[in-house]
Design a protein around this ligand. Structure first.
Ligand code: AMP
Length: 321
């Protein structure tokens, strides 16, 4: 495989935040978070990134430096007067459910995304979880992207349904969790909800099911990949954004080296996203994404392959009735 060119092919827009996390292991305040932070750090393992977001006066320059060291271009990160976006959440003892305790938009309330010149031509665009009106504004500024991937959450599904509908008409791949899929698709059965959502615009729908893996619904059928089973999970925050960043980062890489972004690549991208998400949950905030290496990811992808490998003889049981 050729080395990918050093131009940025993936534009990521989303929140950069401070999170206050209540985990079974303790309370952590002012943790670096935000949908775009996780997505950009994950995708940066595969390809250079252009990040567009807004931060407040309180956001440390050192964290932007860390992003840049990871191959994330930050020209599109605007520092505005006021406080950064802040989110607070509490997890239950098993880490399987969480409640949002507080969402403070702060500088996001007046944010108008401005996409830097070169990033407007990025063929791959990831619209991280932010107000759907801002996601639409980004699409107004980019020139014919090949693939637009969007994430959203219940906060916007219930709060901004009309704007979200407009956005969905222009999205190729929607990435949401199963609870959100049921809500948006208006059906308790995830497959039926997925069919309803795909009628709203996105040809592809990825449904994240946390520790139970991820489903891909597309015009040809359904694909499933498990989440990697881990003994020690510390903090699931950002796993969904990490998944989305890994998914699209991988596809941008495939394209950059001349591969085809086809159904098989989408399936591999689901596994790449799941593998990256399995690192994210191993430590608090994005810490593990900062320390992991390409070799760590290669090793886990190998473990993933072994996890789902089935001898082909299974479908040749000739004695069956
Ligand atoms: P995830 O665990 O993948 O759902 O993502 C959690 C991250 O999303 C946290 O770091 C939050 O800062 C960020 N977040 C939570 N709510 C919102 C929101 N309404 N808009 C933008 N980002 C959000």
């Amino acid at each position: 495989m050729k080395t990918p060119p050093r131009m940025s092919r993936l534009l990521i827009v989303g929140s950069v935040a401070f999170d206050d996390l209540e985990l079974p292991t303790g309370k952590h305040d002012n943790v670096w978070g935000g949908s775009a932070s996780y997505a950009a750090l994950a995708a940066s393992l595969f390809t250079p990134i252009d990040l567009v977001a807004v931060i407040g006066e309180d956001f440390p320059e050192s964290q932007l430096d860390t992003m840049r060291r990871h191959g994330v271009r930050t020209e599109g990160v605007e520092r505005a007067k006021g406080k950064s976006f802040r989110w607070a959440g509490r997890y239950d003892a098993t880490l399987s459910t969480r409640v949002t305790l507080d969402t403070q938009l702060n500088v996001f309330a007046d944010f108008r995304p401005k996409i830097p010149g070169a990033a407007r031509r990025a063929p791959f665009v990831l619209l991280g979880n932010i107000h759907p009106a801002l996601q639409l504004e980004v699409l107004e500024q980019v020139e014919k992207p090949r693939l637009v991937v969007a994430d959203t959450m219940n906060f916007w599904i219930t709060g901004e349904p009309a704007t979200l509908k407009k956005l969905l008409e222009r999205v190729d791949v929607l990435v949401i969790n199963d609870e959100e899929a049921r809500q948006l698709g208006d059906h308790h059965n995830v497959s039926r909800a997925a069919a309803n959502i795909r009628k709203m615009g996105p040809k592809h729908l990825v449904v994240k099911r946390g520790e139970f893996g991820a489903l891909l619904f597309d015009p040809e059928g359904t694909f499933f990949a498990p989440a990697y089973p881990l003994e020690d999970v510390l903090d699931p925050t950002g796993a969904g954004d990490t998944f989305a960043g890994g998914f699209l980062g991988y596809l941008a890489h495939v394209d950059a080296v001349g591969g085809s972004v086809d159904r098989a690549a989408f399936r591999r991208a689901i596994v790449a996203g799941s593998a990256l998400a399995s690192f994210c949950v191993e430590d608090v905030g994005p810490n593990r994404l900062l320390t992991m290496t390409g070799q760590n990811l290669r090793d886990r992808l190998g473990a993933f392959k072994a996890l789902v490998h089935v001898e082909h003889e299974l479908d040749a049981l000739t004695f069956l009735r």
